[in-house]
Design a protein around this ligand. Sequence first.
Ligand SMILES: Nc1nc2c(ncn2[C@@H]2O[C@H](COP(=O)(O)OP(=O)(O)OP(=O)(O)O)[C@@H](O)[C@H]2O)c(=O)[nH]1
Ligand SMILES: [Mg+2]
Length: 264
Amino acid sequence: MYHLAKSLYLYATSKEGTPSTAAARFEYSVLLLGLDNAGKTTLLSQIKALYQPRADGAPAPNPGKTVPTVGQNVTTVSLPDLNLKIWDVGGQISMRGLWQSYYSSCHAIIFVVDSADVGQDPDITRLPSASTRRTSSISGPSRTRTGSGETFSEETVGINAAAGEFGRLGECQEVLESVLQSADVAGVPILVLANKQDREDCVEVVRIKEGFVRKVFEGETGGGVRDSRVLPVSALLGSGVQAAVEWVQSRVKWNKESRPPVMR
Ligand SMILES: Nc1nc2c(ncn2[C@@H]2O[C@H](COP(=O)(O)OP(=O)(O)OP(=O)(O)O)[C@@H](O)[C@H]2O)c(=O)[nH]1
Ligand SMILES: [Mg+2]
């Protein structure tokens, strides 16, 4: 109760959204989503290495060593004017039903795509629309229903479909659409990261943007998206990571009237 009252007092006495004491900080929550193996945990490690210098001077832990996330990892990084609390949740099918419980309290979403797992087709814009795939493939027993009403199953996400041509791009598209279907993410800034750009077999960011992201954002589930961006990164090498964090930092501040931060 004391803490709540103190937070309210600090908020009420702050000037133009700036905390009135050096100790009080605004905190925004950022949700890392994406298919399993996309690179979310690796990205979180790189963000930590960039923004949480180790006091003892020891080298940052090797971000290449990860195991599939079961549950969540969370890290808070301090930027000059705010804190970002970053939630990395598991991307395996069995984990995706948990994502929706984070939606209402997040201030931004980073959706990570494995650019080396979207197939070899030279024109990924030919990817059939998700609604076509859905109507032709919903069947079978192995489904997980999420609160948003979307269904994740091996069939609907295309895992056992003839994959080679488009890799997991169709699965990616359906999963991003299912996120956007939730009313709780309406208006939240969304950054799509075309990860693994260090790999020779990766698809370049412009093709991911045109062939997949634009389709989703301009499609029927994209209506609630007000602010979005697609950026290339290599979470493993750290390239592009700072630009990604800076985009999120600026956007959560712009959006603070509709999604106010919490005071810490
Ligand atoms: N070459 C390359 N490999 C990467 C990159 N980012 C992640 N990886 C590798 O991809 C694999 C999966 O990375 P994770 O960070 O564990 O993936 P995740 O999205 O957290 O996966 P889940 O926890 O199952 O949802 C690991 O072997 C990483 O080393 C990258 O930028 N380049
Ligand atoms: Mg992980």
